[in-house]
Structure formats: structure tokens, C-alpha cells
Design a binder for this molecule. Structure first.
Ligand code: KIV
Length: 272
């Protein structure tokens, strides 16, 4: 039995802050297209992330670095059109906010104007503070993202757990507080020790959304294709899979192919 959605009011920045205050956990999931976004919205997710993970799961790239702003906007438009209740957050792709803060603001404005999304997300702490402040100044809600920030994979040298040592944990904590202070509406904590996430979460006035960061966060996010079992080779420790859709798709399509080859589809009631 799934979750019963009891209210259909649009989820907003104010609402997710209230959910934190009330101790109500926030469920976020990624989507990149109209059909899936409509389904996850009906299932009751509070937030949909149009993640730059689209670069991996939709385009087959090894990293998130190669996806473009134009491509993200196409995915974002389709998701925003489908999401009636969930708050839609758009990832700003690599290279669209790390330089000139005015350019970052212009890119965020373009995302909001062309997609109809509700907020943008960008990776990093103090190094992107000015960009975040400029985007906030335009009235655009910003979700921060700390810990494992996949756009920096080449700097990190891999996708391992971040902030394991004291110095990096201290920088992480300072960055999280700063993102809250300057006005981010939520912060994603990716792949950090659960104890660190649990210690920092109550210090922030806005929700923390974890992925591989333990149960102490105010909410959780997973990539749709991973949690539904479509990304069959991907089994990190933090991932819970709720279905085996990959196997089911192969099985269903295999049955269709067999029927076509055997002349068993269409039958007499399946034509005009
Ligand atoms: O792009 C993405 O899907 C993300 C989540 C993993 C948080 O940033």
C-alpha cells in the first residue's frame, strides 16, 4: 500500500519550511519527463528534482558535466507541466553559475521563465555564495547542495563519501549554516557521514534533503531510475530499490517481440 495523498495544495518554499518545523519528513525524487513526473506527483512526492543526473540516466554520459542548459530546459519544461502538487526544482548545469554572478542570475532567470519550475539548485558552498545571492535577489528560490557535489568529480577524484575528516566536516558545517543564513530554501546533503548530517540538520532553519546522508536529514531524495530498479547495475549502499522495473521492461518487451515474430500480435480484435 502506497502513501495516501490527503491534500493537493501546491508545495511551496514556505510549506517545506513548515514541514521541517512540524517534523514531517520531505520526500523528493528526480524526474526528467512529463509521463514519469505526472506519476510521481500523483504518488505524493513533495518535491521533484529535475537533476543534472539526466546527463547519466537519460543521456548515458559518464558524468553530469556534459549536459547543457538548453537540454536541462527541455527536461524541466516537461516536468513542470506535469507536476500539479510537487515543488519542482531545476538543477543548474555545470558552467552556468560558477563564474560571473550576473551570468548565473541570467541563467537562473532563463530556467524559471522557460520551464515554469519553482526553484533552482546549485552545487557548492562559499565558492558560489555570490552567485546564490544574485539569484536570490531576482526572487528565485535556491536549493543548495553540499557534500558530494558530482559536478566537482574531477576535483575530488571520484564519487566517494565526503567530509569524513574533521577539516572538511568543519567546512561543510560552515557552508551549510551560510546557505541557510543567506536565504536558501533547502539544502541537499549528498554522501556524507550520517552523524554529520544529523548534527548539522537541527542547526538550520530550512530543510536538509539527504542522499546517502542518513535518517537525520529532514527529507530524502533518490534518482527515479535507481529506486525503481531500471538502472540495474547501480547498487550503492545508500540506495533502496522499490521495484525491478528494468527486469519487468525487458520481460514485457521480450513478450511483445515474441508475439510479433510469431504473428500472434495483433489478433482479430486488435485491428479495425
Ligand atoms: O542530479 C541529481 O539527481 C542530484 C541528486 C542526486 C541530489 O543532484
Amino acid at each position: 500500500m502506497g502513501y495516501i495523498v490527503t491534500d493537493t495544495k501546491k508545495v511551496t518554499t514556505r510549506r517545506i519550511k513548515q514541514m521541517k518545523a512540524d517534523g514531517e519528513k520531505i520526500a523528493m525524487i528526480t524526474s526528467y519527463d512529463f509521463t514519469v513526473a505526472g506519476l510521481v506527483d500523483q504518488a505524493g512526492v513533495d518535491m521533484i528534482l529535475v537533476g543534472d543526473s539526466a546527463s547519466n540516466v537519460m543521456q548515458g554520459n559518464a558524468t553530469t558535466l556534459t549536459i547543457t542548459l538548453d537540454e536541462m530546459i527541455v527536461y524541466g519544461k516537461t516536468v513542470a507541466r506535469a507536476a500539479k502538487r510537487a515543488m519542482v526544482v531545476m538543477d543548474m548545469p555545470f558552467g552556468t553559475y560558477q563564474g560571473d554572478p550576473y551570468e548565473a542570475q541570467a541563467n537562473a532567470v532563463r530556467i524559471m521563465r522557460e520551464t515554469g519550475a519553482d526553484a533552482v539548485k546549485l552545487e557548492g558552498g562559499s565558492e558560489v555564495r555570490q552567485a546564490i545571492e544574485m539569484i536570490l535577489r531576482a526572487g528565485i528560490p535556491v536549493v543548495g547542495h553540499l557534500g558530494l557535489t558530482p559536478q566537482s568529480v574531477n576535483k575530488f577524484g571520484g564519487y566517494g563519501v565526503r567530509a569524513k575528516d574533521e577539516a572538511e566536516a568543519a567546512r561543510f558545517e560552515a557552508d551549510a549554516r551560510m546557505l541557510d543564513d543567506i536565504g536558501c530554501c533547502a539544502v541537499v546533503f549528498e554522501k556524507i557521514p550520517a552523524a554529520l548530517a544529523a548534527r548539522v540538520t537541527p542547526q538550520l532553519s530550512v530543510p536538509t534533503i539527504g542522499i546517502g546522508a542518513g535518517a537525520g536529514c529532514d527529507g530524502q531524495v533518490l534518482v527515479f531510475q535507481d529506486m525503481i530498479g531500471m538502472n540495474m547495475g547501480f547498487k550503492p549502499k545508500f540506495l533502496r530499490t522499490y521495484n525491478n522495473l528494468g527486469e519487468q521492461i525487458i520481460d514485457s518487451v521480450g513478450n511483445y517481440v515474441a508475439d510479433v515474430k510469431a504473428g500472434a500480435f495483433p489478433n482479430d480484435s486488435e485491428h479495425y
